[in-house]
Design a protein around this ligand. Structure first.
Ligand SMILES: C[S@@+](CC[C@H](N)C(=O)[O-])C[C@H]1O[C@@H](n2cnc3c(N)ncnc32)[C@H](O)[C@@H]1O
Length: 257
């Protein structure tokens, strides 16, 4: 069950941590997800899967906001980066009295077994988006709720991908909100979509631009002419800061009884 990915976050974890620290993305997503919390069962076990949990920082904030008692929560994690999977399992232990299941990829035999699936900004990086969505929806119980966040082509960071891979003469290897919407439509899975906003703001220096560019482009950054890469963030430079006001989509998918 090796976890397959188009981006190895183990190698860029410091750069992703910088992005997390300098952006309000998590707060925007939490507010968006919280609008659905009233749909969840108020008592009994809550079986939750976080698909692409990263180091668990977002999951922890999500669980704190959800406020489910540790005896109710059964937590499962999917995360292909070993270092993240181990960190997240340890960090999230206080939220549940039950053993945490943690896999590099979702086992194929999971069906009708999660009341809640969250995938926060991970679907960009699955090699087979339609396959992953099908597998997650199959794993959802009845009733069940699947919440996922992903940015679309209007997001300046996604536009860095588009421009960079055009310069490299390669297709963008990552998915966007538009791809998720098309895949759900092809699968015949109904969804609700909402927009959430966030800011990314940090002191403008070459070092900091490179952190964001490495988070965005990982191993592909080295193939780009360095100045062309750095210049992509120049339009957002103001008063010694890079300031990007943007947002992403959230999809909510419900399985009903
Ligand atoms: C942008 S980070 C988001 C992490 C976390 N959900 C958060 O909100 O902080 C993307 C995560 O997706 C994970 N990922 C990449 N490929 C994946 C795959 N095929 N299945 C599940 N997760 C994957 C990465 O390893 C990384 O932890």
């Amino acid at each position: 069950m090796p976890g397959q990915t188009t981006k190895d976050f183990g190698a860029i974890r410091d750069d992703y941590a910088f992005f997390e620290a300098q952006s309000t993305e998590a707060a925007g997503d939490l507010d968006g997800y919280a609008r659905h919390f009233a749909d969840l069962p108020a008592a009994g076990p809550l079986r939750m899967l976080d698909f692409g949990c990263g180091p668990g920082g977002f999951t922890g904030k999500f669980l704190a906001r959800l406020g489910v008692a540790p005896e109710r929560l059964r937590l499962s994690l999917v995360e292909p980066a070993d270092v993240y999977r181990q960190t997240a399992t340890a960090a999230l232990a206080p939220f549940t009295q039950h053993p945490i299941e943690a896999w590099p990829a979702l086992p194929d035999d999971r069906a009708d077994c999660f009341d809640l699936v969250v995938s926060n900004h991970a679907l960009y990086y699955v090699p087979d988006l339609e396959g992953a969505l099908k597998q997650i929806v199959r794993a959802l119980a009845r009733p069940g709720l699947f919440l996922t966040a992903i940015a679309g082509l209007d997001n300046p960071l996604v536009q860095v991908w588009v421009r960079s891979f055009a310069l490299l003469g390669k297709p963008v290897p990552y998915h966007t909100a538009e791809d998720v919407e098309s895949a759900l439509n092809r699968l015949g899975v109904p969804f609700e979509k909402q927009r959430v906003g966030y800011d990314l703001a940090f002191d403008d220096s070459e070092e900091n631009r490179l952190k964001i560019l490495r988070f965005l482009l990982a191993e592909h950054l080295a193939e780009l002419p360095p100045q062309a890469a750095l210049d992509q963030l120049a339009p957002y430079s103001t008063g010694g800061r890079i300031v990007i006001a943007t947002g992403n989509e959230q999809f909510a998918i419900r399985k009903t009884v």
